[in-house]
Design a protein around this ligand. Structure first.
Ligand code: GLN
Length: 283
């Protein structure tokens, strides 16, 4: 079949399921991934012939897209901070907002002299920890997660990106002391309330790990409280705690950190204008 004919089938089959531009982008990603063809080939040579064998993963991908499986899980890869990460259903797909958290940390960390000890709590795919390690050659990075399945993926990602990270398998809610100290602790913990679930797309709710996303409606700051307390015991003097936060709970999360003695609190918006990041210092 011709490449342009396959593209047309994608548009017909996914009409009404995803916006047209998104269908284009899925199609290009798959063509690049499975056929190794750059997207300009399609623009310049839409009459490129694709063999039956080459067609097969494209149509398999199409049927999964119809079931709202995220394209990153279909391809098994996601991009974050110009790096490639392996992803599967055991880990949350890295989000662009989380890149902003990493960049914020890098602004501060670049000024630091000597070895910087960093801990990422709830590392998932490892994206935060690995991006920090990659950009801060003098850092010693630790990453913790409750899920052994996600740690396998994160370990693979560290190797794939050529960094070394100390991984720790633990449930932060059950962890009081690690006998390690850090200059920076960062976390993007679960923060979506059940009541917010209906606003989310089926791609997220049907495929991404609940454990990485949801918190009870009556205790949405569960992880923020525990991690703030944990950080007071594990941060060096002058150390900082960074959080990605629920956009609707900015003020409450600030109050939570203050109640544990954090000062110089800074709340930042993400690229969509939502309260998304919070930083506090321990003096
Ligand atoms: N930002 C993610 C989402 O909206 C949630 C991440 C999290 O709960 N830590 O899908």
């Amino acid at each position: 079949m011709l490449l342009k004919e396959i593209k047309n089938i994608f548009h017909v089959e996914l009409d009404g399921v995803y916006p047209k531009e998104e269908v284009d982008s899925f199609f290009y990603l798959m063509v690049e991934h499975y056929l190794g063809l750059e997207r300009f080939v399609l623009a310049l040579e839409p009459n490129t012939m694709v063999t039956k064998e080459e067609e097969q993963p494209l149509f398999e991908g199409l049927s999964q897209l119809k079931l709202h499986r995220p394209v990153q899980y279909i391809l098994g890869v996601a991009h974050f901070m110009d790096m490639e990460f392996k992803v599967d259903e055991n880990v949350l797909i890295p989000r662009p907002e989380t890149e902003e958290v990493v960049r914020w940390i890098l602004e501060q960390a670049k000024e630091h002299r000597g070895v910087l000890k960093i801990l990422d709590i709830g590392t998932g795919s490892g994206c935060i920890a690995i991006a920090l390690a990659k950009n801060l050659p003098n850092a010693e990075v630790y990453a913790l997660d409750i899920s052994s399945e996600s740690l396998i993926v994160a370990e693979e990602n560290a190797a794939k990106n050529g960094v070394s990270i100390e991984f720790i398998e633990k449930d932060i809610l059950q962890t009081d002391k690690l006998y390690l100290n850090f200059d920076i602790i960062v976390s993007n913990p679960p923060y979506v309330r059940e009541l917010e679930k209906k606003q989310m797309s089926a791609n997220v709710t049907d495929h991404e790990p609940d454990q990485a996303l949801f918190v009870p409606d009556d205790n949405p700051l569960l992880f923020y409280r525990k991690i703030s307390e944990f950080a007071t015991l594990h941060l060096n003097k002058g150390g900082c705690l960074y959080f990605e936060i629920n956009q609707y709970l900015g003020k409450d999360t600030v109050q939570c950190m203050e109640s544990f003695g954090f000062t110089e609190l800074q709340l930042r918006k993400d690229m969509f204008g939502n309260d998304r990041m919070l930083k506090g210092k321990l003096v």
